[in-house]
Design a protein around this ligand. Structure first.
Ligand code: SF4
Ligand code: SF4
Length: 428
């Protein structure tokens, strides 16, 4: 069962909000969201009103469980101006019921300044900064509408955020060009102080020729090699068996190897666990499915929990588990889960199989033994931690356990073969 889900009901725990709709102050070649202007033609400028913001925050805070995350995205959400986010935080405080609230801001960084940075730091926003790598890689596709490169500005803004103590993740699109430079990108990010990295493979339908993927999309073969190189770089940086850089995809996959639900929706069996809220309050199934077919309602008219649990959203979530034939017999299915639904339909030549299928096969073949070893080490550390906590408790309470007695941790094994032996192993 996924977190936040009872047998029959999902709880609101994650909303992805697009306060400026598809509006953006950049014109990246590979952007999939700029075209969404066509869906909101009533105006050429799209901004969330205070009424929509208040209705959204009030509903989320009154219906969410103990933890909730607002992800502010776009388009470019900073086009709303800082005062909008100050109002959002004030509303979260007004309508909160003692919950822990997280805010994530995904931005191209261009509008950030010292005032933004101190606000983001004060309210512990986690910033996902779009940065594809060093200048020749970033500026390949991430340009202004006038064709100007943005790398120099974005890296200046990154420094501003880091100096203010803001937690910043580098979000990098892996495209037909950048895929050749796994090591250069990894080293660039590390040197720029980004220990948290997220890589998003790009596949979009070619608007001029809808029977194939656009030329900036990354091929599966190249992406497979990129992932293997990146994995080796990540692994080489481990110290004392633990990673020193965080790569979201690898950490997410690791969750599956230790029997936990991965945080990345693309690696779960089903999706549909969050909602997208557009600037006008319209609700959609997923960032990649802001389409009339997957419009679920509006925050001014509908109850968010009801929408999240609606038949339509459940049907959307189930699309992911309708797997094409090759996935059903695939040895990597338990970890790959067939990948993101969107990646199965952007290039019609894939015929319903994930565009990155061969990349995943190459990657899992390469990384699987390492993941198993890491999982084994993790389990041992966890068991040692539990044993140590139990021994401390026994010392504090004066409880004595014989070597042949059942272990008090409840494993059913004898103490000498369970937590006692972990102590010996740890001491040796
Ligand atoms: S379609 Fe992809 S991105 Fe959207 S919720 Fe499903 S797995 Fe996640
Ligand atoms: S590797 Fe390919 S065949 Fe296997 S589960 Fe993933 S997408 Fe399906």
């Amino acid at each position: 069962m996924l977190p936040g889900r009872t047998e029959s009901m999902k709880t609101i725990q994650d909303v992805l909000v697009k306060p400026a709709g598809p509006d953006c102050n950049m014109a990246c070649t590979y952007c999939f969201y700029l075209d969404k202007q066509d869906l909101f033609q009533e105006s050429s400028v799209h901004r969330m009103s205070d009424a929509v913001l208040e209705a959204l925050v009030r509903q989320v805070m009154s219906q969410a469980g103990q933890q909730v995350v607002f992800g502010w995205q776009g388009g470019e959400p900073t086009l709303m101006g800082l005062d909008f986010f100050k109002r959002a935080v004030a509303l979260q405080q007004r309508y909160g019921r003692g919950q822990s609230v997280g805010n994530g801001l995904q931005t191209n960084g261009l509008l950030l300044d010292a005032t933004w940075s101190s606000f983001l730091s004060e309210y512990s926003f986690l910033v996902g900064l779009s940065l594809d790598g060093p200048e020749h890689i970033h500026d390949r596709y991430r340009r202004t509408s006038g064709g100007k490169g943005t790398w120099a500005t974005v890296t200046d803004k990154a420094k501003l955020l880091q100096d203010a103590g803001v937690a910043v993740n580098a979000l990098s699109v892996v495209n037909s060009y950048s895929v050749q430079f796994a090591e250069e990108i990894y080293v660039h990010h590390k040197q720029a102080g980004f220990d948290f990295m997220q890589f998003i493979p790009c596949v979009e339908t070619d608007p001029a020729e809808p029977t194939r993927a656009a030329s900036f999309s990354v091929s599966s073969e190249a992406y497979g090699s990129f992932l293997c190189q990146l994995f080796d770089l990540w692994l080489n940086d481990f110290v004392d068996g633990k990673p020193t850089t965080s790569i979201r995809m690898f950490e997410s996959i690791f969750h599956s190897y230790v029997g936990q639900v991965p945080p990345d929706c693309g690696l779960r069996k089903q999706c549909g666990d969050y909602l997208v809220v557009e600037h006008n309050g319209d609700l959609f199934s997923c960032d990649f499915f802001v389409e009339p077919e997957w419009k679920l309602g509006n925050v001014l008219e509908n109850n968010l929990s009801a929408v999240l649990n609606s038949e339509q959203q459940t049907a959307f979530g189930c699309l992911k588990s309708k797997l094409p034939g090759p996935c059903e017999t695939c040895e990597w299915l338990q970890y790959c889960t067939g990948g993101c639904t969107k990646d199965r339909i952007r290039d019609p030549r894939d015929q319903g199989l994930n565009h990155f299928c061969s990349a995943y096969q190459t990657f899992f073949k390469h990384a699987d033994p390492h993941f198993h070893l890491l999982a084994e080490q993790w389990r041992l550390r966890e068991a040692e931690g539990r044993a140590s906590a139990m021994r401390t408790q026994m010392e504090q309470t004066g409880v004595k356990v014989g070597r042949n007695d059942p272990c008090p941790c409840g494993s059913g094994r004898q103490f000498k073969k369970c937590c006692s032996s972990l102590r010996s192993a740890g001491q040796n």
